[in-house]
Design a protein around this ligand. Structure first.
Ligand code: HEM
Ligand code: HEM
Length: 236
């Protein structure tokens, strides 16, 4: 793609060059991850708080069974997606690693982190430009979407192993998590709490994505659709 920069008026095109940030696998993963996540929130909510009764003949009903089935289909899609995303963090571009990798030893990164906190506390009006995530957003992504997804997969498959039975692959791989956390009920509660924590951050995420698109110095939503980050001014 050619750059859409202008050299008129003494502008420095170096600061307006579009940058290819999110490669196709990351973009496709983002939207499938989001959809499967919402399917699991809705079905998971009903697993945790089932309806008191279902109208009609009992033998015609398999409502909770179907809700669990949809939860598990979405869970497999979600898990395969996360595995592909982890693979892409290894083989993809520099920005593909940001979700799983915080450069904690980099002082410039920390300065950016504290600058973003000061910005959101209205202590400075200065907005920085970032081709990838800003350090504060990256930290939130890492904790709630990177580690958060692993937590939901581990606790989810531990519970799934209870249904498949002792000695099943899910029981062998994840069953140890149940005594580690306490008992089955405790794992249910942590799995449920995990949903509410991630969901709260995703509501903020969607708000920030729209807000950044309108008010920041760079594109946001179009970037996670096309992959390209464009900048709205020519200042550093
Ligand atoms: C309408 C809904 C959504 C919109 C508009 C949206 C928008 C965006 C945007 C603009 C970015 C790029 C951020 C940046 O440029 O720094 C992004 C990244 C991301 N979003 Fe969303 N998002 C949505 C839903 C979700 C959902 C439901 C999830 C997870 C459950 C999610 C998880 C993520 C993650 C993990 C990234 C980082 C991508 C990476 O670095 O691999 N998003 N999203
Ligand atoms: C981020 C994704 C996920 C969300 C939001 C989610 C949400 C939920 C919620 C809210 C519950 C009800 C917990 C309770 O009893 O109070 C639940 C149950 C459950 N989830 Fe998930 N879940 C997710 C991922 C997974 C995954 C990856 C699996 C793996 C198979 C899974 C398997 C299960 C199982 C087996 C149950 C218990 C079903 C039952 O007791 O009838 N979940 N989920």
């Amino acid at each position: 793609m050619t750059s859409a920069t202008s050299t008129k008026g003494g502008h420095d095109p170096a600061h307006q060059q579009p940058i290819y940030v999110y490669e196709a696998p990351v973009r496709i993963w983002h939207w499938t991850h989001g959809i499967t996540f919402f399917v699991m929130c809705i079905t998971g909510y009903f697993i945790g708080a089932p309806m008191d009764s279902v109208p009609g003949e009992a033998s015609d009903q398999f409502l909770m069974g179907n809700i669990r089935l949809i939860h598990f289909i979405a869970a497999y899609a979600f898990t395969i997606g996360v595995l592909v995303r982890v693979y892409w963090a290894i083989v993809g571009n520099h920005y593909a690693r940001e979700l799983y990798f915080l450069p904690l030893w980099d002082m410039t990164w920390w300065r950016g982190f504290f600058h973003e906190i000061r910005f959101y506390l209205f202590m400075t009006r200065e907005m920085h430009k970032y081709p990838g995530h800003n350090p504060l957003a990256q930290t939130a992504m890492f904790l709630f979407n990177g580690l958060g997804a692993f937590f939901m997969i581990a606790t989810g498959f531990a519970l799934y192993g209870e249904g498949l039975g002792q000695g099943s692959w899910a029981d062998v791989m994840f069953g140890w998590i149940i005594p580690l956390i306490g008992d089955s009920e405790a794992v249910h509660n942590w799995h449920n709490l995990g949903m509410w924590v991630i969901l709260s951050t995703i509501i903020v995420h969607m708000y920030m994505a729209i807000r950044a698109d309108i008010m920041s110095r760079q594109t946001s939503i179009s970037t996670i659709i096309s992959g390209w980050r464009m900048f709205k001014d020519d200042l550093p």
